[in-house]
Design a protein around this ligand. Structure first.
Ligand SMILES: C[S@@+](CC[C@H](N)C(=O)[O-])C[C@H]1O[C@@H](n2cnc3c(N)ncnc32)[C@H](O)[C@@H]1O
Length: 254
């Protein structure tokens, strides 16, 4: 039986981090070997580039390693923790928004008995390696749930399902890929629209948490953070604010 492969998130970002790593260490090594002074600048302003370069290089290398670890090992554990936020009955109708290769979609489908799970995505290669609907269905097959999973190509800002269709909606590392705030608000509005009254949405993302809470409130959904505040603050500090992970559990009240 095939093993599932949920791809590598943001492969271009990992490649760029590794390029900075190589450049930083080349600057340092070539200066140590005496090929050049290691300094740049002039007119009294000298930057000791070869002394500084190893630090961003090492940070970028650690960041790239962490992203690879998270894509290959960490996110399998994260998916189960995220799905544990809902009390599953097995009969739910589930939607995964920005499902990619089916990490959450297949994980949710495995918790169903009579229910079904749908995924929507635009299959953007820059967001996930090997991002194709066929790869998602192969993963569903590998995990033995293909018969209760379906996928379609759709934009989360215009979800192609009628109002109040789903009991549970999940979305992992996807909504931030809509780059304008109005578009992200529209995506949250669509999630709220297709959620049944009393239904729950589990939203996990790398930033924009406060914005999502406000957008849910504007649609008549309550939401609360269920992620680790300490981990979120730590990551915000070490990444200079570029990552501020958030996990929200939203409920449609009416
Ligand atoms: C980093 S991947 C995460 C995939 C999956 N949720 C996971 O956790 O492995 C982000 C996904 O969001 C999708 N995406 C980006 N913008 C989208 C949009 N406007 N509508 C639907 N999907 C979108 C990308 O194609 C990609 O599959």
């Amino acid at each position: 039986m095939k093993t599932p492969d949920y791809g590598v998130d943001a492969p271009g970002v990992i490649r760029n981090l590794l390029l900075v790593t190589v450049a930083g260490f080349l600057i340092w090594i070539t200066a140590r070997m005496g090929w050049w002074s290691g300094n740049i600048g002039g007119g009294g302003v000298i930057l000791p580039l070869s002394h500084i370069a190893p630090w961003p290089a090492a940070s970028c290398f650690l960041m790239a390693l962490w992203m690879l670890y998270d894509s290959k090992i960490g996110k399998m554990r994260t998916r189960e923790q995220l799905l544990d936020n809902h009390r599953w009955t097995g009969s739910e109708r589930v939607l995964d928004v920005g499902c990619g290769r089916g990490l959450m979609l297949v994980g949710a489908a495995k918790r169903l008995t009579t229910g079904s799970a749908s995924g929507i995505d635009l299959w953007q290669a820059e967001d996930l390696s090997g991002n194709r609907p066929e790869a998602t269905m192969q993963n569903a097959e590998a995990e033995g749930v293909a018969y209760r999973v379906d996928v379609q190509t759709a934009d989360m800002r215009k979800i192609p399902f009628p109002d109040a269709t789903f009991d549970v909606i999940v979305s992992c590392s996807a909504i931030h890929n809509v780059y304008d705030a109005a578009g992200r608000r529209q995506a949250i509005g669509e999630i709220a629209r297709v959620l049944k009254p009393g239904g729950e949405a589990i939203i996990d993302d790398i930033r924009h948490g406060r914005e999502y809470v406000e957008s849910f409130a504007a649609t008549g959904c309550t939401s609360r953070s269920v992620g680790s505040a300490i981990a979120s603050i730590f990551l915000a500090i070490v990444t200079f604010g570029s990552l501020r992970p958030v996990t929200l559990l939203a409920r449609k009240t009416s």
